[in-house]
Write a protein of this length. Structure first.
Length: 300
């Protein structure tokens, strides 16, 4: 399968989500409910099912942890480098800094399965599980006005983290998953990606970002251009396997999570500016992700 054929179905689903909301009369309330269903039920089921399908070793998982921490840490550092370089409005920066290192798990797990089958989806699920607490801590801390007490609460209650911890425990402990439960989780997970991508499309908004164009360009550039370059270097330095390097590159090329604007608005930031930045990055990623995957085919 060519890279274009691999990527196109996901972005067609995103486009369909936009059409359903803006042209076919589906309400925002419908998509808000659908997104809650994906976030709290369907996607945790997909993460758990993906991680428990392929046996993992502690040494291999530790290598993915190192790669994830390095990749996320460099992304966060690049986001904050914008402060001395661009001297942006503090609220605007705190709101969209997360667009430089947060990632869209729906697109990631979908493409990982197409790129490398069950093994690729398992590796992506593990990376996502490691990266979610890092991205949440960085984003919540940047937006928090007093202390960071909310950070630990956000982390402890995050369904992605809970599902990942439980799945890794079952995997390393060789805990058998009953066939009926495994089949149920598989069917829930099969719903997660398509519905999640439709919700991504419904959140797209390209109006209102001109006032912070340099800052937006910085964050999108870090996410879609700098992070993949760093991922290639990290994969080689840590000696990851071919599939692990491919999935790490894909992870690092993903656009920002569609929930970024919700977090910004909820914590007193500029939710609209975040939504625009996320949307522009998602649209541009339809071009950059295929380019990075084709580059990976030659480099790896």
């Amino acid at each position: 399968m060519s890279v274009i054929q691999l990527v196109l179905p996901d972005f067609l689903l995103i486009a369909l989500g936009w059409v359903l909301l803006h042209k076919l009369g589906f309400s925002r309330e419908f998509f808000q409910g659908a997104e809650r269903l994906v976030y709290f039920v369907l996607f945790p089921a997909l993460l758990f099912h993906s991680i428990t399908q392929t046996p993992l070793s502690l040494s291999g998982t530790y290598g993915l942890l190192e790669a994830t921490v390095l990749s996320m840490g460099l992304g966060v550092a690049m986001a904050w480098l914008a402060v001395p370089v661009l001297r942006p409005d503090p609220v605007a920066h705190a709101s969209i800094a997360q667009c430089a290192y947060r990632f869209n798990t729906y697109i990631g797990l979908s493409l990982a399965g197409g790129l490398a089958g069950a093994a690729g989806q398992t590796i992506m699920a593990v990376i996502v599980g490691f990266a979610v607490p890092i991205s949440n801590i960085a984003a919540v801390h940047a937006l928090a006005r007093q202390g960071n007490g909310k950070v630990l609460r956000e982390i402890a209650r995050n369904p992605f983290i809970i599902a990942t911890v439980l799945a890794l425990a079952c995997n390393f402990g060789n805990v058998p998953i009953p066939a009926q439960i495994d089949a149920t989780l598989g069917r829930l997970g099969a719903c997660a990606i398509a519905l999640g991508l439709l919700c991504v499309g419904a959140t797209l908004s390209l109006q209102g970002g001109h006032r912070a164009a340099p800052l937006m360009a910085w964050m999108i550039g870090v996410r879609l251009l700098i992070s993949p370059l760093m991922a290639i270097a990290i994969g080689w330095v840590l000696g990851l396997t071919l599939v692990e390097r491919q999935i790490l590159l894909l992870f690092s090329a993903l656009p920002t999570a569609s929930s970024a604007h919700v977090l910004a608005a909820r914590m007193g930031g500029d939710g609209r500016l975040t939504a625009v930045t996320m949307s522009v990055g998602t649209v541009l990623s339809a071009m950059t992700i295929p380019l990075w995957l084709m580059a990976g085919e030659h480099l790896f």
